[in-house]
Design a protein around this ligand. Structure first.
Ligand code: UDP
Length: 328
């Protein structure tokens, strides 16, 4: 890997130029840790790493986690592995169904195989999507996953991430890999782009531009939004806890808000004159799209393992987003 500043790093962050990844890197560097990033810049951007590149303990390699030799070389150089590289955003996933499955499955397989050769402490990012259309909220890690038909590509994301989880837990059981899986719920904050369909950065951009806020369906569907800095703190705390090895752990806030109320809060906080437009699902997404009505994490396991869980409410989250530079 040419151009590296130092010969070994405390952490490898795959997908480090993405929204969550760049916040992980900033936090690690602020704690005096050295960080190597692998990112293919497909949805991430070097602009996200503006604050990191000045730090002498930071390097990045532009490349894909699907590149087995790149991953193996990077894992060899790093003590702890945080695997975040994955397909991003519901819209992107529906548009690029093959790439979604390949990057999620092959990329994670490469990371786990390399990490297990050296028994590196590893974190694999999964998603609340794996709960699918289950309605047993709050979702508990040992609960069933309820996915839709294979003809509906939305579910390929959940299914590919569930495979990642099975594989990670299999490596833990069969090969002794010290790996933890984190199921990230809707994570938001400064630098998140609305380009891949995420609702909050979209609403903020629409409100600031005075355009209508596009609420899909009737807006009664709810989500729990977590501030990225709190999510990052949970990820790092889980890595410091041996008791989390071989487990999947929900990471998210339990404060539930409907998408319609979210739109109203964004309008209020920005002082915008925008109105809300209800967009039928058929117009917002390709035919046969299925949305989840509610998605709330049970954070009992997270609290027991780390003593923390995201708590920032939507008001604080909006203050943080509005007080930062616009997303690129
Ligand atoms: N959504 C919306 N308007 C938008 C984008 C999304 O009403 O411009 C809705 C979407 O249908 C879903 C919720 O907001 O019910 C959260 O969508 P997002 O893509 O951010 O996350 P996910 O569906 O993965 O929870």
């Amino acid at each position: 890997m040419p151009g590296l500043r130092i010969r070994s790093y405390d952490y490898l962050v795959t997908g480090g130029a993405g929204f969550i990844g760049s916040h992980v890197c900033e936090e690690l560097l602020s704690r005096g840790r050295s960080v190597l990033v692998i990112d293919d810049l497909s949805t991430g951007s070097l602009a996200n790493l503006e604050r990191c590149v000045e730090n002498s303990g930071f390097s990045y390699a532009v490349g894909s986690v699907c590149d087995e030799s790149l991953v193996s070389e990077a894992v060899d150089l790093c003590g702890i592995i945080i695997h975040l590289a994955a397909a991003v955003g519901v819209e992107n996933i529906i548009r690029q169904p093959v790439e979604t499955i390949e990057i999620n499955v092959r990329g994670t397989e490469n990371v786990l195989r390399s990490a297990s050769k050296k028994l590196r402490r590893t974190f694999i990012a999964s998603t609340s999507e794996v709960y699918g259309k289950g309605n047993c909220v709050p979702f508990q890690e040992e609960g069933d996953l309820v996915l839709g038909a294979t003809s509906r590509s939305r579910w390929s994301y959940a299914c590919s991430k569930a495979i990642d989880e099975f594989l990670a837990l299999a490596y833990a059981k069969a090969r002794g890999l010290p790996v933890t899986v984190g199921r990230l719920f809707n994570t938001v904050g400064p630098r998140q782009s609305g380009r891949y369909g995420m609702v909050l950065p979209r609403f903020v951009a629409q409100a600031l531009a005075g355009r209508p806020l596009t609420v899909y369906g009737d807006g009664t569907q709810t989500r729990c939004f977590s501030l990225v800095n709190e999510v990052v703190a949970c990820v790092l705390a889980l890595l410091e806890t041996d008791a989390s090895v071989g487990m999947a752990v929900n990471i998210g806030s339990t404060e539930e808000i409907s998408i319609l109320d979210l739109a109203a809060r964004v309008i209020e906080k920005t002082g915008s004159t925008s109105r809300v437009t209800l967009v039928p699902y058929d117009e917002a997404y390709p035919k046969d799209f299925e949305d989840m009505q509610r998605r709330v994490p049970d954070v009992t396991r997270l609290l027991a393992l780390t003593g923390m869980a995201p708590t920032a409410g939507i008001g604080e989250i909006l203050d943080r987003i509005l007080g930062s530079a616009p997303a690129v």
